[in-house]
Design a protein around this ligand. Structure first.
Ligand SMILES: O=P(O)(O)OC[C@H]1O[C@H](OP(=O)(O)OP(=O)(O)O)[C@H](O)[C@@H]1O
Ligand SMILES: O=c1cc[nH]c(=O)[nH]1
Ligand SMILES: [Mg+2]
Length: 212
């Protein structure tokens, strides 16, 4: 598995304010949106394109357009929704599938409550959005949903990752013929006894949308 920690002062600056307990929900949403656009720039470095020629006012010019089938963006509800606009701003022609998943806070196991994905994902580049990669259980289950439908090319974009979650994914998908990539703004220190990322930013879904 490939892990890319995006090392950029703007990313670090925005992430620092995102972590700050004093940051209110409107600011948190705006920063998550801005951060995902910066991460998406790196995450889409291998997005498939096809050659085209356009006419400038002066002469034909060679260029590229996104190849078909267009990429699929998959936010993991609820917190991943806070990353969707930032991603589709960069990939406006992408299609969007949805996975609703919640981690049981006593067992730390992910449960799925909604799936709305294309039946056939063969040949599709998939970008999964979830701000938090903690134990890795949620993301592993999401990637398996995509693999089950034929995806072979999956990149996860996370705002924060824990070493335990990276190790879990690495082990879960080791030796497979479908490599995965994780792009994140930071690799934090560890998980605490409740499965929260430390230093982290708390509960991303609650900070985006409130405690429900
Ligand atoms: O790596 P894991 O240990 O599986 O934990 C990470 C998951 O936990 C959070 O979602 P949560 O279950 O809080 O749902 P929410 O988005 O509705 O808040 C987060 O957004 C991830 O989906
Ligand atoms: O630190 C964490 C871990 C899981 N989910 C969150 O929202 N935050
Ligand atoms: Mg949550």
């Amino acid at each position: 598995m490939e892990t890319l920690v995006v090392d950029h002062p703007l990313v670090a600056h925005k992430l620092t304010t995102l972590r700050d307990v004093r940051t209110d929900s409107p600011t948190f949403r705006r920063l998550a949106d801005e951060l995902v656009t910066l991460l998406a720039y790196e995450a889409t470095r291998d997005v498939r394109v096809t050659d085209v020629t356009v006419d400038t006012p002066l002469t034909p010019a060679h260029g590229v357009r996104l190849a078909r089938p267009v990429p699929l963006v998959v936010p993991i509800l609820r917190a991943g929704l806070g990353m969707l606009d930032g991603m589709t701003r960069l990939l406006p022609t992408a299609e969007v599938g949805f996975l609703g998943m919640i981690r049981d806070e006593s067992t730390l196991k992910a449960q799925t409550y909604a799936t709305r994905l294309p039946e056939d994902l063969s040949g599709r580049q998939c970008y999964v959005l979830d701000p938090m990669l903690a134990t890795g259980g949620t993301l592993a289950a999401a990637i398996n949903f995509l693999f089950d439908r034929g995806a072979r090319d999956v990149t996860a974009i996370c705002l924060l990752a824990a070493p335990e979650g990276i190790a879990y994914l690495d082990e879960a998908f080791r030796g497979g013929d479908r490599p995965i990539r994780v792009v994140t703004a930071a690799l934090d220190e560890r998980l605490n006894e409740n499965g929260y990322i430390v230093p982290g930013l708390g509960d991303a879904g609650d900070r985006l949308y409130g405690v429900v």
